[in-house]
Design a protein around this ligand. Structure first.
Ligand SMILES: C[S@@+](CC[C@H](N)C(=O)[O-])C[C@H]1O[C@@H](n2cnc3c(N)ncnc32)[C@H](O)[C@@H]1O
Length: 427
């Protein structure tokens, strides 16, 4: 009866319906994900309660997985706003996992979309997400080691949150660049090892300072800090590089590069507060973690973090004009870099003018001086807010109009939901 009532008034009657409506994933994907994540509490009646039933780390992973299509739509909008997309024929997503990016690009009229994914359970999820789409496929394989030249070249290639996991990033970038067609573009999203919040607590393991160590030292630290197997780290993670390194690799492969204005965590005036937090995290680490670590690892970590702080203090003292402030903020105050690279052409000044205005990325609702206490919670919150706000800003009005033609009642309630959410958000 209750279900029927909600159906009549067009509101989600179950967790499944709520998730499908919010996230735009296929039903087959939902069912496969539910099967794979059987430890979660799927008895909850809606998304908010479901999310609330998890710890912050699970929240982050679940929100990341389920938001796959929304994140893909954001990527499309971002590339489009920088006039990166010339043709909508062929799209390739490397390390596609849940393959929502493929769904999102299909929605935008791409003729053929292809994803490559290393892990079988994720490739299965990705394939489930291709349900109902033509010319859309996920290939199970290792992008780095297998020969994909028979796939030809693509109008758009993306590699989102993947490159830090491969063990030869330079080779991977070379290969990606070779798969970008004439006038095509490549978008790389990379976690920023120098983001001050990630030095305080990194995005993969939530431990202090690890992003400042090279791969082998990081593996030692990881195994001692978490009591885990060192080889797990080496399997999971590659080397993390500086921003200039990525720019150089792409330029050396003949692409014109720019850093999109995304994922800003703060502005330069917030740095003293962020530095205080970093120092506090270091003190907590000294008391709680250091005692169970060997001296060599402790020395390496403290040296690396000291060097980081010194460099940051030097850079901030030199950040006087607009260009050097931008450079400082790109280096220390973005949690991820979205690096856009185009082949065979240059960015036009007007493309950059019309591109996002600095409020886009994972910190959609950022306001200077309102930094979150907990990085993980803040990232999850930001991710959810971003998906909401970006979709609303760009894609949702159109979808709403389309939806209105098909189902006015449902659209009316969606509009009510949206207004309510906006009112809540704006207090
Ligand atoms: C953090 S996930 C990001 C997934 C997806 N791009 C997204 O943004 O939702 C990284 C993915 O890259 C995949 N991956 C890592 N190395 C790979 C390789 N050499 N070839 C193909 N996929 C790879 C992993 O299996 C994992 O699914």
């Amino acid at each position: 009866m209750k279900k029927l009532f909600w159906k009549i008034i067009g509101r989600p009657s179950s967790l499944q319906e709520d998730i499908l409506q919010r996230f735009g994933i296929s039903e087959k994907f939902f069912l496969e994900y539910k099967k794979q994540q059987s430890g979660l509490d799927w008895t909850k009646g809606n998304w908010e309660d479901f999310l609330g039933s998890m710890n912050p780390v699970s929240q982050m992973y679940v929100a990341f997985a389920l938001s796959t299509v929304l994140r893909g739509r954001d990527m499309f909008s971002l590339l489009d706003s920088y006039s990166c997309i010339r043709h909508r024929k062929r799209y390739l997503d490397i390390g596609t996992a849940y393959a929502g990016f493929l769904r999102a690009f299909k929605e935008q009229g791409f003729e053929e979309v292809v994803g490559i994914e290393l892990q079988e359970h994720l490739a299965n999820l990705g394939r489930a997400n291709m349900d109902g789409l033509d010319n859309a496929r996920v290939i199970l394989g290792d992008f780095l080691r297998e020969d994909y030249s028979s796939l030809g070249v693509f109008d758009v290639v993306t590699c989102n949150d993947v490159i830090e996991h491969v063990d030869d990033a330079a080779a991977a970038i070379r290969k990606m660049c070779s798969m970008v067609g004439a006038e095509g573009c490549l978008a790389l999203e990379v976690p920023n090892k120098d983001c001050i919040d990630f030095v305080r607590s990194d995005g993969h393991y939530q431990i202090f300072g690890i992003t400042q160590l090279g791969r082998n030292d990081a593996a030692d630290y990881y195994s001692q800090a978490l009591g885990a197997d060192r080889s797990d780290y080496l399997f999971e993670m590659g080397e993390m590089y500086e921003l200039d390194w990525y720019i150089e690799q792409l330029s050396n492969n003949g692409l014109t590069v720019m850093i999109a204005d995304t994922h800003r965590i703060a502005r330069i005036q917030d740095v003293p507060t962020l530095l205080d937090k970093l120092r506090q995290a270091r003190e907590d680490w000294r008391v709680n973690v250091q005692p169970r670590m060997d001296r060599l690892v402790v020395a390496k970590l403290t040296n690396a973090v000291d060097a980081y702080i010194q460099e940051l203090e030097r850079d901030i003292s030199q950040a006087k004009d607009e260009a050097s402030i931008k450079r400082f903020e790109d280096k220390y105050l973005r949690s991820f870099w979205t690096i856009l690279a185009i082949k065979g052409r240059r960015y036009a000044a007007e493309d950059l003018e019309h591109a996002y205005d600095g409020n886009v990325g994972s910190v959609q609702k950022f306001e200077a001086g309102t930094l979150e206490k907990d990085t993980q919670q803040s990232i999850t919150k930001q991710m959810i807010q971003t998906r909401e706000s970006l979709s609303l800003k760009l894609a949702r009005p159109l979808r709403f109009l389309k939806g209105f033609v098909h189902s006015p009642r449902r659209s009316f309630y969606k509009l009510l939901d949206f207004l309510r959410a906006e009112m809540r958000r704006n207090g």
